[in-house]
Design a protein around this ligand. Structure first.
Ligand SMILES: [Zn+2]
Length: 222
């Protein structure tokens, strides 16, 4: 996370930032600022006027709606893979039992991990074909929806209680990691790892701009 001095726009050095006392000192001009007021000023205003393909921003009198599709070229791999893998494993395990009209408990239990795998990979595959992430903010209260159509998962946040909005990298196994948007404050909300880099960057900057513009109302946006 980078901070800039509100007075002279110079970057603030980490050693001159004190999170505990919520103060930051600018070595260039001597300005002492409140850290919590600075954080949200760090965004790229240009990005908002040019949403990347697959991302959108709408605002009305009472509400801001912005989001991005989770569609990805991975679908070309995932969908055929799912058909072969799920079709093969589930067809073999449960299909044969149905065809012969005989229930085999051991084989059915053996198939449970394949069922769980099908649900997990299936939802990832579906997201890569037609999923979306959408944020709605009304009077400072926000929801983050992730899913397909109206089916999905919604989480809530209060923009006034968010202190930090940042890009957060989570290292995974074997060098694979994922980057997501992190809203940190009284509670922590992490989302957006399914988005491509430009779409995630766009969402991140809209959030920062709304937070900087007092967040309470979209009418306060410059
Ligand atoms: Zn300064």
């Amino acid at each position: 996370m980078k901070f800039t001095c509100p007075n002279c726009r110079q970057p603030l050095l980490p050693e001159n930032i004190n999170v505990q006392t919520d103060l930051a000192l600018c070595k260039a001009c001597g300005q002492v600022s409140q850290l919590s007021k600075l954080v949200d000023a760090d965004f790229d205003p240009a990005v908002l006027d040019h949403p990347p393909p697959g991302a959108w921003y709408q605002e009305s009198m009472s509400e801001c709606i912005f989001g991005a599709t989770t569609r990805s070229p991975m679908a070309f791999f995932l969908v055929p893979f799912m058909c072969v893998w799920s079709g093969g494993s589930l067809g073999g395990i449960y299909g044969t039992q149905l065809v012969h009209g005989k229930f085999n408990l051991m084989i059915s239990l053996f198939g449970i991990p394949f069922l769980i795998g099908t649900l997990m990979f299936g939802s990832i595959a579906l997201m890569s074909v037609c999923g979306k992430l959408e944020v709605r903010i009304r009077e400072g209260l926000g929801t983050v929806f992730i899913g397909v159509g109206r089916l999905g998962w919604t989480r809530r946040f209060n923009l006034a209680e968010v202190d930090f909005i940042e890009d957060s990298y989570t290292p995974g196994s074997r060098g694979s990691g994922s980057t997501s948007i992190l809203l940190r404050g009284q509670s922590v909300l992490r989302f957006g790892s399914q988005l491509t880099e430009p779409r995630r960057y766009f969402i991140l900057n809209v959030l920062k701009r709304l937070k900087a513009g007092s967040g309470a109302s979209p009418r306060n946006l410059g």
